[in-house]
Design a protein around this ligand. Structure first.
Ligand code: FES
Ligand code: FES
Length: 185
């Protein structure tokens, strides 16, 4: 069900055609502006509120790291952080990120965890085609931010929604363990 955040209605009052806000939100998607933070920078979108966040990131913001895989929330290729939680952005409607912070792989190295993961993935050569890797690193970053020394079971659980068609799983696990060791040193 589409919902219209109160902050959005407030912003619309300053728009020239503000009287249209009396129309039901599901009939007036293009008149709504959703504001959120992407990689530390404010962004506003007037796309239809149910547009998948992945489309906004890739098509409007030119942030191409998050990939379109299944489009069904099942493969994890599109994973980004939303307020620090790993989320599959193909399955996240634009309206739901109002006022939230989105982090994509493009800025993940700005944190100690993200930088350690990137170094570890290079050192372990933990990719073949690389298509799944942005989602894998992002999911791993969410894990290590909350659990600096995860068990193998916790790593497996964190990557449960990240599919790798190339079979780089062993190297991916080695890389995440390496990053955890580096962060603990
Ligand atoms: S493209 Fe989003 S989970 Fe597969
Ligand atoms: S490295 Fe190719 S899908 Fe994972």
């Amino acid at each position: 069900m589409l919902r219209t955040p109160a902050a959005t209605l407030h912003r619309l009052e300053s728009r020239p055609h503000a009287n249209v806000i009396l129309a039901p939100p599901f009939f007036s998607g293009s008149f709504f502006v959703i504001s959120f933070i992407v990689n530390g920078a404010p962004h506003a979108s007037d796309a239809a509120p149910d547009t998948p966040l992945l489309y906004i990131l890739r098509n409007d913001l030119e942030l191409k790291a998050a990939k379109f895989g299944c489009g069904l929330g099942q493969c994890g290729a599109c994973t980004v952080l939303i307020d620090g939680l790993a989320q599959r952005s193909c399955d996240v409607p634009l309206w739901s990120v109002e006022g939230k912070g989105v982090t994509t792989l493009e800025s993940i190295a700005a944190t100690d965890v993200g930088a350690a993961l990137q170094r570890a993935f290079v050192t372990e050569q933990a990719a073949q085609c690389g298509y799944c890797i942005p989602g894998v690193i992002t999911a791993a970053a969410a894990l290590l931010e909350g659990t600096r020394q995860p068990s193998d079971a916790q790593i497996h659980e964190a990557l449960a929604h990240s599919l790798c068609r190339c079979g780089s799983h062993v190297r991916i696990l080695r890389a995440i363990r390496r990053a955890a060791r580096e962060l603990a040193a």
